[in-house]
Design a binder for this molecule. Structure first.
Ligand code: DGJ
Length: 509
C-alpha cells in the first residue's frame, strides 16, 4: 500500500510531499534510549512542540520489538505514534537492527547469545567481535522478518493517519577497527569474483560515477571482471564491505517496503578528514564516495544520509548532494550553530530534513526554536521553491569569510560580521527569490551587498527593504529600513537576533 508521503524528483531537485504538500522536516533526533519508555517519550515530545519541530527522529529496536523469536510486541511503537499525533509531530523511525554504530548492541538476547547461528564479524581472523557478520544469512533473514513485521504493523496502525513518514534502516553500518570482515564467510566472498551486478552497474553509469569512486575504478583499468582486489586494487576491502553491507540492508529494506512502502534511507558515520582509513570509520558504510556501490546494491534505499558533527558542514553537504542524492541530515551538532546550519542546508541545498542529534538536551530558548518557527511560517514558499533555483544560502565556518552566489539576476555578496567566538549563531542566511526583483532573506550575523549579473549594469541597490515576520503563513512588514540600517540602500544587515526581511532590488548603469 502506498503511503501519504513520497519523495519526488522536481526539475533540478527533489521534493518531499506529505499529503501532496511540499514539506521540509524541521526535526531533531532523540538520544538513543529516549524512546525506550513511554514515560520519557511523553515528557520529551511536550518540549519538541515548544521548539517548533514538525517531526522527530527516534529509535525503535529489534530487541524490544521481538524479545522472543517470533513473538512481537508493538505496544511501544503504538504509544509513540499516539503521542506524536497528540503533539502534531510526524515520525521518522530509526530501525536499530543488526547494525548500530557498526556494533550489534540492539539485537535481541536470542541473537546476541547465539554466536554460532548468528556468527560474528572478525577483524582479526579467528577473533570474534561485537558485530554480527554481514555475511550471516540467518541474521539477515531474521532482521528482515522483524523489520517486515514492524512495517506491516505500522501500515495497519497508521497508514490512514500517515504519522510515520520515513524509516532509516539500521544505523551507521560498517566494520570498525578492521578494513573488512575476515570471518570464514567474509574471506570466501572476498576471494571470489566481484559480482557482475556491480561491474555492470559501473559500466552502465561510467559517465556519472562520483568522481572519487570513478578514480578508484579507473586506477585498475575500469575492469569489468576479476576478484575484488583485481578490480578495486587498494580500495578493494572498503568497496567489498560496501557491497555486502548495502546488500544486507537492501534485503531488510525490501522486506519492509513490501509491507508498507514509505521512503527509506541509510545513514553514515562520516570520514573525519583526510588520511582517515576505512576501519577508523566504519568500512563499507554509506560514505559519499561509496554512493554508487550503495545504489547498485541497495535500490530500495531512496538516498544515503550524512550524520554531520564535523565543522566542515558545507563540504559534507556538498558531498552528499552529488549525483542527485537529496540532502537529508538525520544527525548534526545541537549547539546554537544548528540554527545557522539549518538555514544553510535548506537555502543552499534544498535539504528535505535537518535534525540536530540529542534534541532532548536543548533548552526551549535555543535559537533553533525561533528559526524553525519562522521556517514553519514560510514553509509553502520555501518548500515550494525546491528544485526551482529560487533559493540560496550561506554559513560561516571560520572567523572571517566572504561568500558570493548568483540568484535571479543578482550576485549576493555576503561577509561575516564578527569572529565565531563573538556571535551566538554563526553568520548564516537563506535568500528566497519571489520574482519581480523581490527577495526574502532570513538569517544571522552577515552583511550582504549586491551586484547585477547583467554586465551592462554596474550598480545594484535596494529599492525598499522591510523588516518583518511571517504569521499564519503571511508576511507582515513591521518597519521600513533605510539610511544607516541598510548602508544607505546598498546592503542588508543580519544581526545576532534572527532577522527576517523582504526587499526589492534595482540594477542600472
Ligand atoms: C552517532 C549515532 O548514529 C547516534 O545513534 C549516536 O550514537 C551518536 N553518534 C552519539 O553521538
Amino acid at each position: 500500500m502506498n503511503s501519504r508521503t513520497s519523495l519526488q524528483k522536481h526539475k533540478n531537485g527533489h521534493r518531499l510531499l506529505i499529503d501532496g504538500q511540499p514539506t521540509i522536516l524541521l526535526s531533531g533526533e532523540l538520544h538513543n534510549s529516549s524512546a525506550a519508555a513511554m514515560v520519557d517519550v511523553r515528557d520529551k515530545f511536550a518540549k519538541l512542540s515548544d521548539l517548533n519541530l514538525n517531526s522527530v527522529i527516534l529509535s525503535i529496536s529489534w530487541e524490544l520489538v521481538e524479545p522472543v523469536e517470533g513473538g512481537f510486541d508493538f505496544s511501544l511503537i503504538d504509544g509513540i505514534i499516539e503521542e506524536a499525533r497528540l503533539r502534531r509531530l510526524r515520525l521518522v523511525f530509526l530501525w536499530f537492527g543488526t547494525m548500530k554504530n557498526a556494533i550489534s548492541c540492539y539485537v535481541p538476547e536470542w541473537v546476541k547469545t547465539d554466536t554460532t547461528r548468528f556468527f560474528r564479524a572478525e577483524g582479526t581472523p579467528g577473533q570474534g567481535s561485537w558485530t554480527v557478520s554481514p555475511f550471516c544469512r540467518e541474521a539477515m533473514e531474521c532482521d528482515a522478518r522483524a523489520f517486515a513485521a514492524v512495517m506491516r504493523h505500522i501500515r495497519e496502525y497508521d497508514s490512514e493517519h500517515g504519522t510515520v513518514i520515513m524509516m532509516q534502516v539500521e544505523n551507521e553500518s560498517g566494520i570498525l577497527r578492521a578494513t573488512r570482515d575476515f570471518s570464514p564467510a567474509g574471506e570466501a566472498a572476498f576471494h571470489s569474483q566481484a559480482p557482475t551486478d556491480l561491474t555492470d552497474y559501473l559500466s552502465t553509469h561510467s559517465d556519472d560515477l562520483i568522481p572519487e569512486f570513478a578514480d578508484i575504478w579507473k586506477a585498475m583499468g575500469s575492469r569489468t571482471e576479476g576478484t575484488w582486489s583485481e578490480v578495486f586494487g587498494r580500495d578493494a576491502d572498503e568497496v567489498f564491505m560496501g557491497w555486502y553491507i548495502a546488500s544486507f540492508i537492501e534485503h531488510v529494506t525490501a522486506a519492509g517496503r513490501a509491507e508498507y512502502d514509505i521512503p527509506m534511507f541509510a545513514n553514515a558515520w562520516l570520514i573525519a578528514g583526510p588520511g582517515y582509513l576505512p576501519g577508523q570509520y566504519p568500512s563499507g558504510g554509506p560514505v559519499s564516495k561509496l554512493m554508487d556501490v550503495w545504489r547498485a546494491a541497495a535500490p530500495s534505499i531512496d538516498f544515503i544520509a550524512p550524520d554531520i558533527y564535523s565543522p566542515e558542514f558545507r563540504e559534507h553537504c556538498a558531498s552528499y548532494t552529488q549525483s542527485g542524492n537529496p540532502l537529508f541530515i538525520p544527525e548534526a551538532q545541537n549547539g546554537p550553530l544548528a540554527a545557522a546550519n539549518a538555514l544553510y542546508a535548506i537555502g543552499r541545498h534544498d535539504a528535505i530534513c535537518f535534525s540536530p542529534f540529542a534534541i532532548d538536551d536543548i533548552a526551549t530558548d535555543h535559537p533553533l526554536g525561533e528559526t524553525y518557527r519562522m521556517l514553519t511560517e514560510m514553509m509553502p514558499l520555501v518548500a515550494g521553491a525546491y528544485g526551482e533555483s529560487q533559493l540560496t544560502g550561506f554559513v560561516q565556518q571560520s572567523d572571517e569569510e566572504r561568500f558570493s552566489e548568483g540568484l535571479a539576476g543578482y550576485r549576493f555578496n555576503a561577509r561575516t560580521n564578527k569572529p565565531l567566538a563573538e556571535v551566538t549563531v554563526p553568520g548564516s542566511c537563506l535568500i528566497l527569490s519571489i520574482g519581480n526583483d523581490e527577495f526574502f532573506c532570513i538569517g544571522y550575523n552577515l552583511t550582504i551587498t549586491f551586484d547585477s549579473l547583467d554586465q551592462s549594469k554596474n550598480t545594484a541597490a535596494i529599492v525598499w527593504l522591510d523588516e518583518g515576520e511571517f504569521k499564519d503563513a503571511n508576511w507582515h512588514p513591521i518597519r521600513r529600513l533605510n539610511g544607516d540600517e541598510t548602508f544607505h540602500g546598498t546592503g542588508v544587515q543580519l544581526t545576532d537576533k534572527l532577522t527576517v526581511c523582504k526587499f526589492k532590488l534595482h540594477a542600472h548603469k
